[in-house]
Design a protein around this ligand. Sequence first.
Ligand code: UT7
Length: 326
Amino acid sequence: MPATPSGAKGAVITGWGTALPNKILTNIDLESMMDTDHVWIRDRTGISQRHVGGTTAGLSAESGRAALQMAGVDPADVDALILATTTPDRTVPASSSTVQNLLGLSSCGAFDLNAACSGWVYALVNAHGLIAMGAQTVLVIGTDTLDRITDYTDRNTGILFGNGSGAAVVQACDGPGQMLGWDLDSLGEAESALFAEVGGFLQMEGKEVFRRAVRLMVDSATNAMASAGVAADDIALAVPHQANIRIISASLDRLGIPMERASIVLDRTGNTSSASVPLALAEALDQDRVTDGDLILFVGFGAGMSAASAVVRWSPHATTNSGDTT
Ligand code: UT7
């Protein structure tokens, strides 16, 4: 993948927000729904509970509204809304149309982006592309309501997935902006490892996904760091897709990034697909784990099999093109 061109218009993240449905499904709850047990799930995946319920548009509006409020952005000033989701509420229209209406984004482009669990990182890179072409403000949301395509009697898949949403406001700025490098990848030959037919449940070859996931994450993160001209030692915070703690640990170990530098939310959220990276980012930011100048590595993988990574130098106080200091 190409490096971010040095002359491209830069962008910064100026606000973020999250949404999780109220209803929680614990591992203990799952014991009465399928042949499994809490200790096995926790030890083999790192997950203790997940949230279920809600709609993709409703959760997106909640996280998006919070992100716009934090950024101090008037909904009328949003130029584009990208909603990364694998679980739109309807086949037609895109759920981003519903979200645009709910948020009162009066005049903007809006589209859904499906790159499975890599979706939010794909959307973040695309938002930077739109800004390089002249957009000022892009709202990037990642939301999935996987309970609608998960068979909670199947212990192969039913232990892993949950619902959630995370959003970020990305704005044009003076200077080069935050994103130093990126990588988008897809391995179509592996699509049969994880899929759901229209109207059907997720089907998965768990071991095959696990094996390929580690390789995809390592390769994609390595490409993004190379295009950014940085090394693993430079990364202050890793924000990986939250699928399985053993996948994250194996990938970071191969990359040479200590686990203490990772943001982990999957113990409380399960795998929320497009929402998992922004949920983990928001928690790290809310806990003040990131300071000015820190390098953040986003790395996602998912069905497809897709992968996406980006390296960002955190600089939330950059001056946006509107003249505001965020
Ligand atoms: O966004 C991408 C989404 N997908 C993924 O990331 C999935 C990646 N794969 C995985 O996370 C793991 O492969 C799983 C969590 C799905 C399964 O873990 P595993 O370590 O690969 O388990 P396994 O299939 O090798 O099974 C080990 C043992 C077996 O018993 P025996 O044959 O050793 O007696 C299974 O029958 O664990 C048993 N087992 C379970 N026991 C309780 C498998 N699933 C369960 C379960 N509860 N849910």
